[in-house]
Design a protein around this ligand. Sequence first.
Ligand SMILES: [Zn+2]
Length: 238
Amino acid sequence: MTPASGPMMRLDLHCHSEASHDCLTPLTTFPDRCLARGVVVQAVTDHDQIWGAQQLQQFVRNSEFADRFTVIVGEEVSTREGEIVGLFLQERIPPGLSPEETVREIKAQGGLVLLPHGFDPLKRHRLRPAARERIADQIDIVESFNARISRPKWNRAAETWARARNLPVSGGSDAHTWRQLGDAWTEVPRRSVDTPQDLLEVLHLGSVLGEWTHPVRAFVYKQLVQWKERRGSATYGR
Ligand SMILES: [Zn+2]
């Protein structure tokens, strides 16, 4: 890794919005919240949906945030053998395909394949190890810091696997509440990230960092926030 100098910025390549079945975070809270945490590039990766990410990207491009906040349209796709994230998507990829078919769909759209929380045996929806090995040469990015992993050692296992294959690594908050946005990130030199190539180049100069939250604490906190959101009494701050 080349030590970077000059202004830096943060990328969070994994999070959820109100477009996910298990998340209520309003899309409108993203720009302020992400920027308050230093996140300048946010991939929105809802479960089997891309409409939220597309709406947010459109909104940002036509807003005062256009020159300082970038949204990457992604999707955390439920394949038959666990989850795979596609980044830079144009169209929704349906759930229930094989991992190979899902990867083919992502690449056909010019997108990148990111392996999220790929080593955590307690994540029910992680990509199965056999599937991971079958598509290994199609993976573009490995998430080596997921803030919602069950134990930090599973992040270290992901990093070891990625380094052995010389693949770029990334941080992802996997936020399911507005407050968790930016809990993990890749710190990279400040530059625009508009294309898959831009992203891969900048990740090679990055450092992955984050704040891990114990899963029990994260679960209790999510229940509390979502209870308030359902009652309409949530306050979204910075
Ligand atoms: Zn996720």
